[in-house]
Design a binder for this molecule. Structure first.
Ligand code: HEC
Ligand code: HEC
Length: 347
């Protein structure tokens, strides 16, 4: 019995050792082949996360044959606005925008550029609350905000062919955006609000050095060589520019746009050229000149407490002077709304 028993124990121990050894061997094989595979094909191991991090929005120019006519029309409207729905449209009834800007003069790279209020993912972000009208706002009414102000023109009907086409284009841009990238494709570059007021002299000097080469010393930009409505370099003030009710006419919004996008072709939101203060002084400078005006500015922001601090026209829910709302310093105004109304303002 004892002997038998001892033998059984020996065999079972040997078997256990064998299994253990085999498992160890398999582990070594698995590990070393993983290392080998990783060395020869590193892309096999890029996770879904890294590919989402490197995701880029579609460029419609590369999808000519595959997108619908409606999407193509939307692209025509937002990229060649003067001819498609503005002063140079062949059919007078199709003239809705009032200046010769094109939507993509501000929403750069076909509305896909980070830091230039991109439209990628936008169809999911609307409807959203709109302080300017103090109610839930649709994407249609947001577009009309830019039609009436940035483009100094007229509203489009929600069910018009043009409105539907622009939204179809925006929807197409938004189609496959990865969840983790949605925040990247929103709004403008961050800006630390300077403590000081705009310095117009510094703004003027910077404008001459950094901007005049394209936008002209007189701010009137430069038309495309064929003299059609569109600009090669759009005007930044004057009668063919955005009007005083536009977001770009607020110094803080313009500073954010300028910081992330200008000088054109060099600055990006991730790698700006100008400091926050320089962008701020430039924003004040271009907005110090005359431009078209909206007809009933006092109706904006029915709840005056929600008015952005750098909205340059009254009335406001505070007693800071108009010039301070136009040029700052803004931190005292921001502090006022925080302390008095518990409202935190960033623009
Ligand atoms: C002069 C510059 C300018 C032009 C031209 C312009 N926009 Fe805008 N647009 C802006 C600014 C600035 C904002 C953000 C406003 C704000 O923060 O209040 C904006 C916001 C938007 C938004 C909302 C973006 C978001 O993320 O919530 C949409 C949609 C939009 N514009 C569409 C258009 C369309 C369509 C056109 C052409 C018909 C156009 N814009 C022309 C400057 C411009
Ligand atoms: C190399 C030429 C170039 C330079 C330099 C340049 N811009 Fe621009 N800017 C452009 C172009 C081109 C656009 C329109 C972008 C588009 O349509 O893709 C633009 C658009 C703008 C816009 C929005 C559209 C409008 O006209 O309202 C503003 C504001 C602006 N630039 C301000 C500035 C400021 C301020 C500077 C100086 C820091 C500057 N730019 C320097 C070429 C330039």
């Amino acid at each position: 019995m004892y002997n038998d028993h001892g033998q059984i124990e020996f065999y079972s121990l040997a078997r256990k050792l064998f299994y253990l050894f085999s498992a160890f061997l398999l582990l070594i094989i698995a590990l070393s082949s993983t290392v080998l595979l990783l060395r020869s094909n590193p892309e096999l191991f890029t996770t879904a996360t890294t590919s989402a991090e490197n995701w880029n929005p579609k460029n419609i120019e590369e999808y000519e044959g595959t997108v619908s006519d409606q999407i193509k029309e939307g692209y025509f409207l937002i990229s060649q606005s003067p001819d498609a729905m503005g002063p140079t449209a062949k059919n007078i009834k199709h003239r809705f925008t009032g200046n010769n800007l094109t939507c993509t003069n501000c929403h750069l790279d076909r509305g896909t550029r980070i830091g230039a209020a991109p439209w990628v993912g936008i169809t999911e972000r609307f409807p959203q609350f709109d302080g300017r009208s103090n109610k839930q706002g649709s994407l249609e009414s947001r577009i009309n905000g830019c039609m009436e102000r940035s483009m100094n023109g007229k509203k489009l009907a929600d069910d018009s062919r043009q409105m539907k086409a622009m939204i179809a284009y925006m929807g197409w841009l938004s189609e496959d955006i990865p969840e983790i990238r949605k925040k990247d494709f929103e709004g403008f570059a961050k800006l630390q609000i300077p403590d000081t007021a705009v310095d117009l002299n510094k703004g003027a000097l910077l404008y001459t050095q950094q901007c005049a080469v394209c936008h002209g010393a007189n701010g009137q930009g430069q038309r495309l060589p064929n003299q059609s409505g569109r600009y090669q370099y759009p005007p930044v003030w004057g009668s063919d520019s955005y009007n005083n009710g536009a977001g770009m006419h607020r110094v803080l919004t313009a500073a954010q746009f300028i910081k992330g996008n200008m000088p054109f072709g060099i600055a990006t939101a991730a790698n700006p050229v100008l400091t926050d203060e320089e962008a701020f002084n430039l924003a004040g400078y271009i907005n110090s000149f005359d431009r078209p005006t909206i007809s009933n500015p006092q109706l904006d922001y029915p709840n005056k407490k929600l008015k952005p601090v750098s909205t340059p026209y009254g009335p406001w829910a505070d007693t800071f002077p108009p010039i301070q709302h136009k040029y700052g310093p803004f931190p005292p105004i921001v502090a006022y709304y925080r302390d008095r109304y518990k409202i935190s303002k960033t623009k």
